[in-house]
Design a protein around this ligand. Structure first.
Ligand code: UDP
Ligand code: MG
Length: 313
């Protein structure tokens, strides 16, 4: 069975459409499936729509978060609730073309354990977002040691991979974790479609925060940058120190006030930036060490399967 994990935040108009599109597709292709909608603390009728759907259909589970915990948490909750032999994570807004799931599923049947959806076309988005994405992926790809450009959360995972990810306690970045775990991978290219309804939940500020938190959760390289900066500053200060000494010896010592000011400001700012970076990591350690759950599920709905009522008799 294939579990379809769909994070949804204020997507009341998209739920039914997503379900219909996928369930008819799976029926055509003979794929047994269950749908897990994770309502990430929506303020609209998303959860009500999911509840209605699960009453009407046989294979719909709905999880409702007590507040908005973010898409990463929604994916974690979906993976934890999945019962399938494999699971696919897909956006609710149909920007990820559902037909590709069939292609992914067939690859999984051939023995691939992770099938990655790779964006061929990023679709319509703000210029600043696409430039930001480019910078972000080149940084994170370099740190992680594998090319993550154009990767997305649209992925199909085998049961083995789901179990491994479910055991990871950290608040990771789903996209990077699915690379990190290894396994036998295949890719499927897709074009990002235009959102069917509603609007993107991401603001530019939100994306920047997301990028910084993902880089820091994935790599300690920024802290190493601090050390490197320290070494560079040491070399510079030795050079300036020798220079100052020579000035003193030949009696030109009072000159160079500007240099002193510039160096003081420069060192000051480097120290502050460094402390900021280190502080950021300490904050993350603090977050993790508190051991709070990644999400809180406030209610759950599950379809009553026909087979359940039969066995009850
Ligand atoms: N989403 C979520 N929690 C959030 C933000 C988004 O579960 O806090 C879901 C959203 O409902 C959608 C998917 O994540 O199914 C992708 O979000 P969106 O379409 O807003 O992002 P974009 O496609 O613009 O990157
Ligand atoms: Mg979208």
């Amino acid at each position: 069975m294939l579990s379809v994990i769909i994070p949804a935040y204020n997507e009341e108009k998209c739920i039914k459409r997503a379900y219909d599109a996928m369930s008819s597709l799976f029926a055509e292709n003979n794929i047994d499936s269950e749908f897990i909608f994770v309502d990430d603390g929506s303020h609209d009728k998303t959860y009500r729509v999911i509840t209605e759907l699960s009453a009407e259909k046989e294979n719909v589970t709905g999880l409702h978060f007590s507040r908005n915990f973010g898409k990463e948490s929604a994916i974690s909750a979906g993976l934890a609730a999945a019962n399938g032999d494999c699971a696919v994570v897909i956006d609710c807004d149909l920007q990820h073309p559902p037909e590709k799931i069939v292609e992914m599923y067939r690859l999984w049947e051939q023995g691939y354990e992770i099938v990655e959806g790779i964006k061929k076309e990023r679709g319509r988005e703000k210029k600043i977002h696409s430039i930001g994405a480019k910078v972000f992926y080149s940084v994170i790809s370099r740190m992680a040691g594998f090319d993550m450009a154009n990767s997305s959360d649209f992925k199909l995972l085998d049961r083995k991979v789901i179990d491994v990810i479910n055991k990871m306690p950290e608040r990771g970045f789903f996209r990077a974790i699915s690379y990190w775990v290894g396994y036998n991978k295949a890719t499927v290219e897709y074009d990002v479609k235009v959102r069917v309804d509603g609007e993107s939940k991401w603001s530019t500020r939100g994306l920047v925060k997301y990028a910084i938190s993902n880089i820091s959760s994935y790599s300690t390289a920024p802290m190493q940058v601090v050390t490197a900066l320290g070494v560079v500053m040491l070399v510079i200060s030795v050079i300036f120190g020798i220079w100052a000494l020579i000035d003193k010896i030949i009696g030109r010592a009072l000159e160079g006030m500007t240099t002193v000011i510039i160096i003081t400001i420069f060192i000051g700012s480097i120290i502050m930036i460094s402390l900021g970076i280190i502080g950021y990591y300490i904050a993350r350690i603090y977050e993790e060490i508190k051991g709070r759950p990644k999400y809180i599920i406030s209610s759950t709905v599950k379809s009553k399967k026909k087979s359940d009522s039969v066995s009850a008799i």
